[in-house]
Write a protein that binds this ligand. Structure first.
Ligand code: CA
Ligand code: CA
Length: 121
């Protein structure tokens, strides 16, 4: 769980990403369906490590699990705040800024994020 978001392994449904910032009304905001049954999920930096019963370890970038990757604040709107959040992560070398998922954070990640940010959701 991170920033009011819970990651739930739900067998055949894969992994569910649930907004629990309001515990009274949890909302499924994204998910990733593994080929088999998801048994355990662990979030490490920006990656989900999912133990799948039939197909073993699956590693996915959290951005690919969310319906709107550039919406980093998760408020449903792609705006300046998301850009500033990315800029901060990028400047600090935070793993979430590795937008093209190649293990290094450089100008290409900045451009990749900027392209998606400009398109919006
Ligand atoms: Ca946003
Ligand atoms: Ca990169």
């Amino acid at each position: 769980m991170r920033d009011g978001v819970a990651f739930v392994a739900d067998d055949a449904a894969g992994v569910l990403i649930v907004d629990v910032s309001n515990p009274q009304t949890p909302v499924v905001i994204g998910g990733y369906d593994t080929p088999g049954n998801a048994e355990v999920v662990v979030l490490n930096d920006s990656r989900l490590y999912i133990a799948d019963q039939q197909f073993g370890l699956q590693i996915v970038h959290i951005g690919s699990c969310l319906p709107c990757a550039p919406d980093l604040t998760g408020d449903g709107v792609v705006d300046t705040l998301d850009f500033l959040l990315f800029l901060g992560a990028w400047a600090q070398g935070n793993d979430i800024a590795d937008w093209d998922e190649n293990g290094t954070i450089n100008t290409m990640d900045f451009i990749a994020f900027l392209n998606e940010w400009a398109v919006g959701c």
